[in-house]
Structures are given as C-alpha cells and as structure tokens.
Design a protein around this ligand. Structure first.
Ligand SMILES: [Zn+2]
Length: 452
C-alpha cells in the first residue's frame, strides 16, 4: 500500500508550531526550559512519560521514549529548541506571534527548526495513537543551545546523560529541502558536515615611533604576510564519500550536468577549472559545490595598532577554517603553521576559539534506504542524494559517539531555494502548512516502516 499525505494533521501540527514560536527561545540567552515544559505537558496529555534535563538554569531539554520490543536498534528524533535573534522592525509580522497567513506559518523558528520539533512530536504521537508495533525504541529529544554550538544542549546530554538519549540512528535537521532538477525534485539528506576551526593568530613585534619605522618591528606588516599566505592558500581538492555520491546522484537527475560531474569525479586535480566553467552556466551550483571539495580558510577579523604615530607591537586576526570530514584539527594546525614558517613562527601565537572535526555517516543503512523508498513512493520522479553541509548541526555530537545521523526534514520549495535559505536566519522566516503536513507524512511513514 502506498503511503498517503496525512491531511488530517494539518490543523494540529500548525497549532503546535504556532505555540512553539510564541515561546521566545532566542539564544542568547535561550531560556529553552519554558518551551521544554510546554512540550512535556503536550506529550503528557498524550500519555507519554517525559523528562526535563537542565544543563544550567533555564537551559532545559525535553526527552521522551516510545518503547519497542528491542529487536531493532533505537532511533532518536532530535531537534533544537533555541532560535537566532529576530529584529521585529525588519519583519512584516511579529516574529514571535506565530502568525498564520496565506497558507504559511510565520515566525522565528518556523523553518529552523521549530517546524521539525512539531513534526517529530506529531510522528511519535501518531505512532502511539495508531498502535504501531515498534521493534525498536523511538526517543524524542528537543535540546537547547544549538545556535551557539550545542555544548549546553546535545553536547551536555551526551557527556552527562548518554543513556537517556543515545541511539545508533538519529534523524535531525540539516537536509530535506528539495531542489528542482531536470527530472524533478531532488531531496537532499544531510549525511556529513564540515568541521570548524576558528583560530585567533597574534603577531608580535617591537614598538617604535611612526616617524622612524626602520628601528621598529611592525606587527601589522607581519600579520599582513599571515593574511596573505592563509587568505590566498589553495587547499588540495579531496572528495569525501558524500560528495562523490552527491555528484553521481545529481548526474542521474540531469543529463547536462552528468558530463560535468563525471569530469569532476574523474579529475579532482582540475576541480577549480571545471567549476569555473560550470560557473559560467550556473554560478549558484558551482559556488555551492566548490567549498565542499576542499577545506577553506577565510580571514574574518583583524585588529592592530593603538595610535597614528606608534608602530604597533601587536596585531591579531581571526581565521574561519572549515575542514572536511576526515581531516583532524591537529593536522590542520600543522598545515597552517607550515604555511607560515617563513613569517616567523616564534613571533606568532595561536589560540583556538572553536575547534571540532567534521563528521560523516554512511548511506549504506536500512534507514537511508527507507527514506529513499518512501520519498519515491510520494514522488516517483524525485531523486534522493546525500549532502555535505558547510556548517554544523548537533548531529556532530552524535556522529562522534558512533551514531548514524541524517538531516531529513522533507520540504517542497515554495519559492527559489536561495530565497528560502535566506529566510532561515533572516527576515520573515516561514513555512507552508503544506510542508508541515508533507514533512509529517514522509517522516511518519519512514519511521514506521523502519521500526515495524
Ligand atoms: Zn537549526
């Protein structure tokens, strides 16, 4: 029997999302416990036993579990409760009112990621209500602090209460928004993300008078060399498994792209030239792929000097490095130091602002296959592809502890994808009610089939 769109849930999932939006969880400070309590009460009314775990006052997670027989591995439906700030003056509606208008729910978190919280709650509720016999446990956890790195949320839970949340399989944010192709929609499943190394480099020198620069050692000039070396560094191309799969799947969906992507796959050493060529036809696609083929280093902040006529003895700059899954922090720092060996390493100091490795999950699982099968039953023309995010989600904490994580909130675009992505942390964030229903329908069918 082919799955169906669960139109009957539209009112409930919409109301649930508007209620979640109305509790302001802007991080910082977060104050997610209020929302966690709201969810706990909601689930209690449906007969679930829930638990609130706080990493610090106000920084609460809500957790519940639907028991299975234990014949299959457990699955975590993960989400984050916090949102980024919204400036009401820039919006056409109040970002924390949960406005319903023209088939949309508006508000901060409508997309990232309170819609997914609502969908995951609906899924677990429907599984219980419909008396589905589950072969594995399904855990639901909505956590704080993702938008500030997740250390007080998913990170805290795994360090201190692993037994409450850890599952071999995790479904989370980061993928699912379909994009159009020649043959139809392609649904990306996030299977990998790049790691982050935010590095502060300080250059030291000797101060002196600005009118006799030759007697001093100018730290700004030293930093200039650092910025030049790192900013212009061309890292080696290296395709991780996810990117290979992505290029292969995308080639299947579009005959015009197939040739370009086959060339890319066969000639990683020429990736820059091939992507430059592609950019002439489709700039957005080329620039989307480029940062996924290698690590990147971007100088993002610089500061030095205290007065017009003083040669500065100190200058500092911050570099945002994004590394590929498989690349370690240590080897990245070694690489950077090696690039700077001519600049005078003894006069440079290095400080980590944030550092964590990338992560990647295999697509070779029954869960990934179920996702693909279910999507193709809903939309026979669609493609499904794994994707590598350039940014991070809480999935990294779980992948580090051995879980297979997939970013999967299936959505059909209602406007161009770049517009949609801009709304995510931007102005007039919203989601269609149709996508709330679609997401619930696909996720319900996927989880049910995976666990039955
Ligand atoms: Zn998010």
């Amino acid at each position: 029997m082919s799955p169906k769109i669960l139109n009957e849930v539209d009112e409930e999932v919409t109301q649930l999302l508007t209620s979640l939006i109305r509790i302001n969880t802007t991080n910082p400070p977060g104050n997610e416990t209020e929302e966690a309590n709201f969810i706990a009460q909601y689930l209690s009314r449906e007969g679930f036993k829930t638990e609130i775990v706080e990493a610090a006052p106000g920084r609460g997670s809500v957790i519940t579990r639907l028991k299975g027989t234990g014949e299959k591995p457990s699955l975590l439906l993960l989400s984050h409760l916090d949102v980024v700030a919204a400036n009401p003056k820039e919006w056409t509606v109040d970002p924390f009112a949960g406005v319903i208008k023209d088939g949309y729910v508006y508000g901060r978190g409508a997309y990232d990621m309170k819609s997914m919280i609502a969908i995951e709650i609906m899924v677990i509720k429907l599984l219980k209500k419909n008396g589905i016999k589950l072969k594995g446990d399904i855990v639901l956890a909505a956590t704080p602090d993702e938008e500030q790195g997740g250390e007080e949320g998913a990170g805290y839970l795994l360090r201190n209460h692993k037994e409450k949340v850890w599952c071999p399989y995790v479904i989370n944010e980061g993928g699912g928004l379909a994009f159009p192709s020649k043959k139809g929609y392609v649904f990306p499943v996030q299977t990998a993300e790049k790691g982050i190394l935010w590095l502060r480099i300080k250059a030291k020198g000797t101060p002196g008078h600005g009118s006799i620069p030759n007697t001093a050692d100018n730290a700004v000039i030293r930093m200039n060399k650092v910025v030049d070396k790192l900013g212009n560094y061309m890292p080696k191309t290296s395709y991780v498994g996810t990117l290979r799969e992505f290029l292969f799947e995308m080639g299947k969906q579009d005959r015009d792209l197939k040739e370009t992507f086959s060339m890319l796959l066969a000639n990683p050493e020429q990736s820059e030239e091939i992507l430059d060529e592609l950019a002439k036809r489709d700039r957005a696609l080329a620039e989307d792929i480029r940062p996924r083929t290698k690590m990147t280093i971007a100088p993002t902040m610089i500061r030095g000097g205290i007065k017009e006529n003083i040669i500065p003895s100190e200058c500092e700059a911050v570099f945002d490095c994004r590394i590929l899954p498989g690349q370690t922090i240590d080897e990245t720092v070694d690489l950077i130091k090696n690039l700077l060996k001519d600049v005078g390493l003894e006069k440079l100091s290095f400080e980590f602002i944030q550092a964590h490795a990338g992560s990647e999950s295999t697509v070779d699982t029954a869960l990934y296959k179920t996702m693909t099968d279910v999507l193709r039953e809903f939309d026979p023309d669609c493609g499904v592809t794994p994707t590598l995010s350039t940014g991070g989600t809480d999935s990294r904490f779980f992948r580090e502890t051995g879980s297979v994580c997939y970013g999967f909130q299936p959505m059909i675009p209602d406007e161009p994808n770049d517009q949609l992505e801009k709304r995510m942390h931007g102005i007039d964030e919203r989601i269609t009610i149709a996508n709330l229903v679609f997401g619930t329908s696909v996720l319900y069918e996927t989880v049910k089939r995976f666990m039955e």
